[in-house]
Write a protein that binds this ligand. Sequence first.
Ligand SMILES: [Zn+2]
Length: 232
Amino acid sequence: MPLIHITYNGEILGTFQRFERLPDIEKSGDVWDSKARDICDIKKAIKDHYIIAQDYTCPYCKQRIEVNHNASWDAEHIIPKSTHPRFLFEPLNLCVSCKDCNNEKRDKPVLVNNNRRTLPVNSGDYIISHPHFDDFNDNIRVIEIAGYYLPLSDKGRKTIEICGLLRFSYKYANYGNTSQENKETILELANSLMGASSPAEENAYLGIISDTARAGQKLSKEAFLKQKEANK
Ligand SMILES: [Zn+2]
């Protein structure tokens, strides 16, 4: 389902139009950091809109962050505001992302042709999976229990690289080994899953596998933290 972009109206429409009318030379990404009330208002409207439109989900790592306070989210300029300030308030260049993805992505280029003056609106204009113009599932499969992102396309590969999505598998890799017992349980459950006779049964096994894997991650995380503490 395509992401519904923000539509400006009332006072924030005026703020948007004032910015659009500025000569190019005065359009700066720094406007975003202004403490002026009209800028704060439009930023708040943008964040509030996209948090709901995206159903509390980061468009890059697909983590769900169910926190209403909008400071838990970063407003995200898909084409970076530092390199392309003219798209600062462009609805189709905006979304929200988790702070970690935003921090990884920063001002890395995302366009096939970086010299574009009007906002490129086709999927093929971007090297990453675009929150508005792409279906994430065409480009990446999230293997949630492993914290792993499987690229399904070149865009998928680029998105994983630019948004630093390998950080999740590195994190788990550092936790050390899950217990043998945990691994054997998962293996057994996986065998049962393969033999499941209905979608309902499959779903049940998938749920149990996911819970078991999480429990294993928790144990190995605790072991990792204990080890770290012991090494101090
Ligand atoms: Zn994210």
